[in-house]
Design a protein around this ligand. Structure first.
Ligand SMILES: [Zn+2]
Length: 55
């Protein structure tokens, strides 16, 4: 299962969560720390295939 990166605005903490596609599509991701659903999805490392590196 893919792991998604999130950031909680309520407690200003990033967290990662493994979701099934169904769970992901349904949304409703809550912060595991404070339980708030005021979370923002961050780009997962799955998609960071090409990164800008000067070397
Ligand atoms: Zn939180």
């Amino acid at each position: 299962m893919p792991q998604y990166e999130f950031f909680c605005h309520a407690c200003s903490k990033p967290f990662s969560k493994t979701l099934t596609l169904k769970e992901y599509e349904e949304g409703g991701v809550a912060c595991p720390d404070c339980g708030s659903d005021d979370v923002e999805q961050r780009l997962s490392s799955l998609y960071a295939v090409t990164s800008k590196k000067s070397a």
